[in-house]
Design a protein around this ligand. Structure first.
Ligand code: AMP
Ligand code: MG
Length: 409
């Protein structure tokens, strides 16, 4: 099964993204306990069924008083700590000791900070004229009953998880984690830690890709290495297609005689495109397979940098979109080129370090030689500068777009 129309057409990255998005479906939902919600995507609206705070609360440690009481020394009627409601009232001529978060005692309408009080044996003297309502959080000032606190599509950041807990929720409805399989291919590849034979190199892509997947909320159900034989790669693909939402392969998608993934995708899946007008990563292959074409296959080129750039530009946003992320693309920034640059015939994703120049503008400088084999070009890279093709060279000082890379995610 294969669609031939766009197969060997060189797509623009934006066209490639559109095709991938057309085949990307939202994953089913599941209820997950609060403690395991970090980074997941909420798939329900959450409405507060209570006011927060539920009682007027002190925002300072100090004394609860009546603001327009002119008594010079107020008698202490008791202590009001957080977590209880005492029976006493504050009346004119009195004050109550109160701690941050404690309910305001009946009768009081202001809290005076402890630092502004002078404590004496007879009581407390205030060093300022209090204002009614000061240092008090009124009922519902953080949240009102009926407020839509979180909406479907929200990333469960620490604050969002905390909000759910504060509302008494014990779980949240989220998309299930995408199941992802990774396969590195190549006869030349050796497991790190094993001795290298003549002509061999170490498999770095499998580990780089699993590391790239780590912050994306996915389950890596398998990550392996296969030699360049049809049988080994075919059996892997059949098994992983059946068990994965996304299968990522590395290597074997170019023009060489040992580039077998290319043919196996055609045999086992529907290939949508296999070339994108970009550097690095031009032989990037996208296919769908399995029931209703719901398993997405990404065939990344074997060169380590090409694989990671293809992952950053196409795979990462897809994995986030499948989980319901509203902003699955990395943020972009306008940055200033720090040096001259010669454009090529396709979009160049240049690894750059960003630095704030003296005039406050973010400046982008290449991380060094940009060969697609040179993983070190990613080290110290804060962004991928997007350099479109054009007839004239780029000059230092020109403004360009850059895709910001997170340090972890
Ligand atoms: P391929 O796309 O399979 O033709 O590989 C292109 C280049 O990337 C070759 O130089 C490979 O040796 C290298 N390469 C392929 N797979 C890996 C890998 N998993 N780790 C490191 N380098 C690789
Ligand atoms: Mg290969």
């Amino acid at each position: 099964m294969s669609t031939v129309n766009s197969l060997d057409r060189l797509l623009e990255p934006t066209e490639a993204t559109t095709i991938i998005r057309m085949h990307t479906t939202l994953l089913p939902t599941e209820r997950v306990r609060l403690i395991e919600l970090a980074g997941r995507i909420l798939m329900e609206d959450v409405i507060s069924d209570e006011d927060q705070p539920p009682f007027p609360a002190a925002t300072m440690d100090g004394y609860a008083v009546i603001a327009d009481d002119t008594t010079s020394v107020r008698r202490i009627v008791g202590d009001q700590f957080a977590g209880t409601i005492e029976a006493f009232h504050v009346e004119r001529g009195t004050a109550a000791y109160i701690t941050t978060g404690a309910p305001l005692p009946l009768g009081a309408d202001a809290v005076v900070q402890i630092e502004r009080m002078i404590e004496t044996v007879e009581g407390v003297r205030i060093g300022e004229v209090p204002r009614a309502g000061q240092n008090i959080r009124p009922v519902g000032s953080d949240l009102r009953r009926g407020d839509r606190v979180l909406v479907a599509g929200t990333v469960l950041t620490p604050a969002a998880v905390g909000l759910l807990a504060s509302l008494g929720k014990t779980d949240g409805l989220v998309t299930r984690r995408p199941r992802v399989s990774v396969l590195a291919t190549g006869d030349e590849l050796v497991e790190p830690g094993k001795p290298l034979g003549p002509g061999q190199i170490r498999d770095s892509n499998r580990f780089a890709l699993v590391a790239a997947l780590a912050p994306l909320g996915v389950t890596v159900s398998y990550a392996g290495l296969a030699p360049d034989t049809d049988d080994a790669q075919r059996s892997f693909l059949i098994e992983r297609i059946a068990d994965s939402d996304v299968v990522i392969t590395s290597g074997g998608v170019s023009m060489g005689r040992k580039d077998l993934i290319k043919g196996l995708f055609v045999e086992l899946a529907t290939v949508h495109f296999r070339q994108v007008r970009m550097r690095p990563g031009k032989p990037f292959t996208f296919a769908t397979a399995g029931p209703q074409g719901k398993t997405l296959l990404f065939g990344l080129p074997g060169n380590p940098v090409s694989g990671l750039v293809g992952f950053a530009v196409f795979v990462r946003p897809t994995l986030l979109a499948m989980q319901g992320h509203q902003q699955s693309d990395r943020p972009q920034a306008r940055v200033r080129l720090a040096h001259d640059l010669t454009p090529i015939d396709r979009i160049d994703y240049l690894r750059v370090a960003l630095r704030r120049a003296d005039d406050g503008v973010l400046e982008a400088a290449s991380t060094g030689p940009q060969q697609s084999s040179r993983l070190a070009s990613f080290i110290g890279a804060d962004a991928l500068a997007i350099i479109p093709p054009r007839d004239t060279p780029y000059a230092a000082g020109e403004m360009i777009d850059a895709l910001l890379l997170g340090t972890v995610a």
